[in-house]
Ligand binder design. Structure first.
Ligand code: 6PG
Length: 472
């Protein structure tokens, strides 16, 4: 009876899509869902010769080849612990449990340690690409025991992963315990920043550029043929053109100006603060979503605060090109911040993350896939210890050439009252990064003045304290 290669627990959209992807690749998949109706829906609408439904977890476990491999695709959080409480007593040492949800990496570390105590192997697997990616080829970020990965996990995951243009699978071993989910968390943080930057470019083109949706769609489609080619740019061009199904015009204009989130971007910001890393674009993007949710307050305040006059662009094509070039510099800054956080975390947790390998698996399948990930991969291959992406010779010249455009695009938003928090954050970060004076001397003086916190001097070594005001 031990005939199935893998057990899939959770058959909602993502679980079902991954199960069918595995089945397409010749793996025999045993599926289980807590609610029977979901399993029945799957077998009724998506039957597959390599997929068999199970209605009791015990029966599914009995039907798996040993060591057993089980992929959990359940809602991140308490649901994962609830499944593990049921599952773990049914397993034997050497069995492998993979969590493919967007679990918080600290939860994954805790679960990995608890299962290791029982001789079980636990993997946190970042899965990106949404439903279509899961079905046809996601980007996969597995973390857990290396030897078990090579022997039992790699063949499964590499088979179903997206393939980059050079044919290599978008799946690589990330590191032990929570490393895979950590990388997925940062992927999502970059995703938040990238989406926010694109939406700021849209706002600028619309309000300062005075363009309509069709005209903006043409720009985004054109940009998507060049250096900014990416999945998010592609869907943006399509979204701008999408007609409304209920009223005349485009659907985009009928969607409420309030963005939801499940919180993975917020985790990235919190974690970056803990690590002393600056992910200001990701934080700006998360905060922008939060501000957008205050619909009533915004509507009320709009009656109280006058908007500045809109300074419309005189030359629309030139302005669009400024936004285009500024967007490149800002996007690169967001990726640089995300990868810098990965670098810091790798040291803090002792994971030995391979940033080049991570860039390589982001090249296809995932939400942030973009052509410039080829350049990012090349940058880390040239120098695995690269401190910041913007210091790579290629990006240094590409970004510095576009900083004036970024400054102009962010400036246009600030002048006309078009909120551009992520473009502004990118401009500020690049100024700080390039060594502009930051006023920290005054902060140190204040700290020493009110709390004798001491300071360093520029002209001599040592730690100093000053009796402020004593000489007056
Ligand atoms: C992915 C996405 C996916 C999900 C996000 C959405 O990589 O496939 O990141 O995991 O769409 O979690 O996140 P929010 O609901 O927080 O925007």
């Amino acid at each position: 009876m031990n005939m199935y290669d893998i057990g899939m627990v959770g058959l909602a959209v993502m679980g079902r899509s991954l199960a069918l992807n595995l089945a397409d690749h010749g793996f025999r998949v045993a599926g289980y869902n807590r609610s029977r109706a979901v399993t029945d829906e799957m077998t009724a609408h998506w039957p597959h010769e390599n997929f068999a439904p199970f209605y009791q977890l015990e029966e599914l476990i009995d039907a798996l080849q040993k060591p057993r491999r089980i992929l959990l695709m359940v809602k991140a959080g308490e649901a994962v612990d609830a499944v593990l409480r049921q599952l773990v007593p049914l397993l034997e040492p050497g069995d492998i449990v993979m969590d493919g949800g967007n679990s918080f990496f600290e939860d994954t570390r805790r679960r990995e340690a608890a299962l290791r105590e029982k001789g079980l192997l636990y993997f946190g697997v970042g899965v990106s690409g949404g439903e279509a990616g899961a079905r046809r080829g996601p980007s996969l970020m597995p973390g857990g025991d290396r030897a078990a990965y090579e022997a039992y996990v790699r063949p499964l995951l590499e088979a179903i992963a997206a393939k980059a243009a050079d044919g290599s699978p978008c799946c690589a071993y990330m590191g032990p315990d929570g490393a895979g989910h950590y990388v997925k968390m940062v992927h999502n943080g970059i995703e938040y920043a990238d989406m926010q930057l694109i939406s700021e470019a849209y706002l600028l083109l619309k309000h300062v550029g005075g363009l309509d949706n069709q005209e903006m769609a043409r720009y985004f489609a054109e940009w998507n043929r060049g250096e900014l080619k990416s999945y998010l740019m592609e869907i943006t061009a399509d979204i701008l053109r999408e007609p409304d199904d209920l009223t005349p015009g485009e659907l985009l204009d009928r969607i409420e100006d309030s963005a939801a989130q499940k919180g993975t971007g917020r985790w990235t910001s919190i974690e970056a603060l803990r690590q002393g890393a600056d992910v200001s674009l990701i934080t700006a993007a998360g905060a922008a979503r939060v501000m957008s949710n205050r619909l009533e307050q915004r509507a009320h305040a709009a009656t109280l605060f006058p908007a500045p006059p809109m300074k419309q662009a005189q030359d629309t094509a030139a302005f669009a090109e400024t936004v285009h070039r500024g967007l490149y510099a800002a996007k690169l800054t967001a990726y640089a911040q995300g990868f810098a956080l990965l670098r810091t975390a790798s040291e803090a947790y002792g994971w030995g993350l391979d940033l080049g390998a991570i860039a390589a698996i982001f090249r296809a399948g995932c939400i942030i896939q973009a052509v410039f990930l080829d350049d990012i991969t090349a940058a880390f291959r040239r120098n695995p210890d690269l401190e910041s992406l913007v210091l790579d010779p290629h990006f240094l010249s590409e970004v510095t050439a576009r900083i004036p455009d970024l400054r102009a695009a962010a400036g246009a938003g600030l002048q006309s009252g078009v909120p551009v928090p992520a473009l502004s954050a990118a401009t500020v970060w690049l100024d700080q990064f390039r060594g502009a004076p930051m006023g920290a001397n005054l902060i140190q003086a204040q700290r020493d003045c009110f709390g004798a916190h001491t300071y360093h001097r520029t002209d001599r070594d040592g730690v100093f304290h000053h009796e402020w005001g004593a000489q007056q």
